[in-house]
Design a protein around this ligand. Structure first.
Ligand SMILES: [Zn+2]
Length: 166
């Protein structure tokens, strides 16, 4: 499936290895700094990004402006930012948030791997109590990875399924 293509997963992993330094929760701030992405609030309902420049103490910085809806919940904002980082890092021109285009599906897959890296997910799942209820695991893992429980639930099921097939 192109949306889960290895290329996208590898790209997210490469970015994590370069700037995330294996830390959980994924430090989006450091990644934005490294990629010269500036986060800005927007009254729009959907996130977007554009090329831009801004003043810093050492001069004008060229980069990208990530516009994140200001009325969104903190964890939703975090997901939106990871999603925009995906577009920018993959060299895509714009975000058509919640459309089912290939670019959007790739940004979603990228954000999933960035926020809930498969290697770390497998590690954290493998050290949990064997007969633990799913919801307890989902809530705690959502806190560890600093993501929305709904996103973690889907990711948890996906990773668990993959682990059982091995
Ligand atoms: Zn998008």
């Amino acid at each position: 499936m192109p949306t889960k293509s290895l290329r996208i997963i590898v790209a997210a992993r490469k970015l994590l290895n370069s700037y995330g330094r294996g830390r959980i929760p994924t430090p989006l701030d450091s990644i934005c700094e490294a990629l010269r992405i500036r986060v800005q609030n927007t009254p729009d309902e959907k996130p977007s990004f554009e090329r831009g420049s801004w003043n810093t103490p050492t001069g004008i910085q060229m980069g990208f402006i990530a516009n994140i809806p200001d009325n969104a919940d903190r964890l939703i904002r975090r997901h939106m930012l990871a999603h925009l980082i995906g577009h920018i890092y993959l060299g895509q021109g714009s975000c058509d948030y919640q459309e089912k285009t290939q670019g959007e599906l790739q940004a979603i897959a990228f954000a999933t791997e960035l926020l809930m890296p498969s290697q770390d997910m497998r590690h954290y799942i493998s050290i949990r109590p064997p007969f633990e209820k799913e919801e307890a695991a989902v809530i705690e893992l959502a806190e560890i990875f600093d993501v929305h429980p709904r996103a973690m639930r889907a990711r948890y099921r996906e990773i668990r399924k993959g682990m059982q097939l091995q």
